[in-house]
Design a protein around this ligand. Sequence first.
Ligand code: AOS
Ligand code: ZN
Ligand code: ZN
Ligand code: ZN
Length: 431
Amino acid sequence: MADKQIDPALIADHNQNALADMLADYDALGAKLARQNVDIEQLTQKAVDFGVAIPSWGVGTGGTRFARFPGLGEPRNIYEKLADCAVIAQLSQATPTVSLHIPWDRPDDPAELRETAASWGLGIDAMNSNTFQDHDDMPLSFKYGSLSHTDEAVREQAIAHNIDCIEIGQKLGSKALTVWIGDGTNFPGQQSFTRSFERYLEAMKKVYAALPDDWRVFIEHKIYEPAFYSTVIQDWGSNYLAAKELGDKAQCLVDLGHHAPGVNIEMIVARLFQFGKLGGFHFNDSKYGDDDLDAGSINPYQLFLVFNELVDAELSNPSGFNPAYMLDQSHNVTDPIESLISSAVEVQRAYIQALLVDRAKLADYQDTNDVMMANRTLKSAYITDVSPILAMARHRAGGAIDPITTYRATGYRETVGKQRPARKGSGGGIV
Ligand code: AOS
Ligand code: ZN
Ligand code: ZN
Ligand code: ZN
């Protein structure tokens, strides 16, 4: 039985106030779905079973390169980050795991950290390596790159760090390493595209060789930033080539904010899955670039279309379907706990909406080139308000029917505000 961050009686009390309305909405939606031959109970169970990982760096307040405005009661270490994650998990019942970052979350005692996480019912998701900034305990600089650096000694340092992340992750019960590198160039001519990629592949082969049998490595592509002219793993093409070159345990990670504006991300998802290389996601939302805004806050239709591909993928090849779902956001102006609760719910919502798509009808409209009806089939799922299903799933699992209102009523932020003195300056995590 996991320890509780929030008094279950307080949640029950708030749920009691919201229960009658929720049940009425649930019954009405159930009746509507029944007319479409959809069993609401099956969808509710899918919502209960759904999970997306919290990024440890997301519970601190982020910042931009211009400024960081610290929030109240920011977590100062991995234990306090886990405490915040436990609140999110308890209220949302949709975030059972936490994705860690080394060195920011380096534990003194991994076994103890694992136990603490477990005591709150939290598992450890993918480990994230960091070779996009210099480390106090490393002699060489990553200023001109890491795994693709021209100097073999720097590459070896980056390789050793990634292997270190795997070793820590093994002690924590993780099963995956996510590698995102900032390597790239700011000036045409600065580096050879080909030789950089060759060096990266050579280095990643050594990281890959250190992976335990039951681990995967997720490679994350990003079009730009911190490098502004070229990036070594700039898109899903380079990502796919790298994952293919490395082997079956290497797969591609799609961060929704890492593409050029207008790119059809759902189609990338379909392609990667079709060829066995869809490793997972960093969910977030954006208007312009790697904005790291809350999932579903700008373009929820895109999120739905991504899940439409995922549901299709799972149905077409259930045994080959195992993408890792993680959030990756930077919260600059909101309470990170509220943003992460809301984002997890939006990702879960997109999943349930995608399950509503009448796939037999859709296939038929596609085969007969009934363009309008094919699109309406997707749209009718997307415009269905599945909120009562999500609320019921939370309620049944012990979470809050209205998680953000309930969170505010707990006074958690004010309490940790007193326990955790404000931290000045930057360092909220680069996402
Ligand atoms: C960077 O832009 C990537 O999104 C990384 O996935 C991630 O945000 C980083 O590893 C956390 O600092
Ligand atoms: Zn990311
Ligand atoms: Zn990013
Ligand atoms: Zn990001």
